[in-house]
Design a protein around this ligand. Structure first.
Ligand code: HEM
Length: 231
């Protein structure tokens, strides 16, 4: 059954979740993620991954876009400063790569394409921006917590400290309640079925963009192996 073709009686939060389920599994099981979370990669891989995130969040949290989107009926309710990750990423990068981190980091081609797509949506299409917002922040609030725990154990970061601050949402006291509220915002989106479908498609694109970044990271750190997990 194709969940994305369901009628508007299905809550949009369910629709978008179901539609991206398969790609979520793919991203989760990508060689790079599996190797990184399986303790088979060094902290340099984690650092490189964190660098890539910085380029993506810089696009998601661009101040001009945020100011504009805050007043938009579709994207506005999603623009919530307590989600912002850029400052946390910058602290992590200073810890991981030293004070001169900014001059040293480069986006992988897949990351540049991802950040450019986010920036394009932020500038021109609030619904598309919501798709990218959902894909990143709801993921960070969910699976991100697993990644944090593993990173702390594997590379010895202080619990919720420098190196893993990206995964710590200090301003969100109750993540489960926050996610419930977030799904309510998704369900209340003032969009017709056609536009909802376009947002779902953009979410799938967002997942594909993430997977492409993992593929390139896998090529850099996995000895070129980017196929299915064999271990
Ligand atoms: C190893 C990596 C990952 C793990 C272990 C992981 C794990 C999880 C878990 C446990 C949930 C909660 C599911 C629930 O609430 O029932 C979740 C949700 C989610 N994840 Fe991931 N995830 C990973 C990677 C990713 C990636 C790369 C993305 C996209 C960039 C992503 C996006 C999401 C989204 C959007 C949700 C919310 C789904 C919803 O409830 O609507 N995840 N993840």
């Amino acid at each position: 059954m194709d969940a994305t073709s369901s009628t508007s009686s299905v809550p949009f939060s369910t629709l978008i979740r179901n539609a991206s389920h398969e790609q979520h599994t793919e991203a989760e099981n990508s060689t790079f993620m599996s190797d990184m979370l399986g303790g088979r990669l060094g902290v340099d891989a984690y650092r490189r991954y964190t660098e890539q995130l910085w380029f993506v969040y810089r696009a998601l949290e661009d101040a001009d876009s945020a100011a504009r989107l805050a007043g938009d009926p579709v994207a506005g309710p999603f623009v919530q400063p307590e989600l912002d990750r850029t400052a946390a990423l910058e602290r992590d990068l200073a810890h991981l790569a030293g004070p001169g981190w900014r001059a040293e980091i480069t986006p992988l081609p897949a990351t540049a394409a991802y950040a450019e797509r986010v920036a394009h949506c932020a500038r021109t299409w609030p619904g598309g921006y919501v798709a990218h917002h959902y894909t990143r922040y709801l993921g960070d609030l969910s699976g991100g917590q697993i990644i944090r725990g593993t990173a702390e154990k594997t590379w010895g970061f202080e619990r919720k400290g420098d190196g893993v601050r990206f995964y710590v949402f200090d301003a969100i006291g109750n993540p489960a309640a926050f996610k419930r509220g977030y799904r309510e915002l998704l369900d209340a989106l003032p969009l017709d079925d056609l536009e909802k479908q376009r947002v779902v498609d953009e979410c799938k694109r967002a997942f594909a963009l993430n997977t492409a970044v993992f593929r390139e990271l896998g090529e850099e750190f996995g000895g070129g192996a980017s196929g299915p997990l064999s271990a």
